[in-house]
Design a protein. Structure first.
Length: 139
């Protein structure tokens, strides 16, 4: 069995952002040499997410509005986590909703997606470096 590990690093200038990372993951799969297996992609920080959905700007705006309604950033004093001096409790909640990771089958050396599926990095407390792990296993 082959394994391949790679890290992607991001630092967004804004608090929240959604980035299509499918091309980077596809490159990692190609570099791995795995033809049949699994590809795990996960955010290695508790205020960021990796998820699969459509690459459509209106949908991304809908995600952002919906998440902000569910876990609004302001007022920061509404969250006990922020009693520690942090201001990112909402980011932890948004990450829980959107998920930590995705696993995609690798078939014939390619990510085996359904129609319109793409992999996204969701940032909910940006302005600092964070990483995403790609781990590919298979034959």
């Amino acid at each position: 069995m082959k394994t391949h590990r790679q890290e992607l690093w991001f630092e967004t200038p804004q608090r929240r952002a959604y980035m299509n990372i499918t091309p980077q993951v596809e490159r990692a799969v190609a570099e791995s040499g795995v033809r049949e297996g699994l590809c795990l992609v996960n955010a290695m920080h508790i205020s960021a997410s990796v998820f699969i959905n459509d690459d459509e700007p209106g949908l991304h705006a809908d995600f952002d509005r919906w998440l902000e309604q569910l876990a609004p950033h302001e007022p920061v004093r509404q969250y006990r986590h922020n009693d520690t001096g942090e201001d990112n409790a909402d980011a932890h909640l948004k990450r829980t909703i959107m998920g930590r990771e995705v696993v995609v089958a690798v078939t014939k050396g390619r990510l085996d997606f359904g129609p319109w599926e793409q992999i996204f990095y969701g940032e909910f407390d940006g302005r600092r470096r964070k990483r995403v792990l790609i781990k590919i296993i298979g034959e």
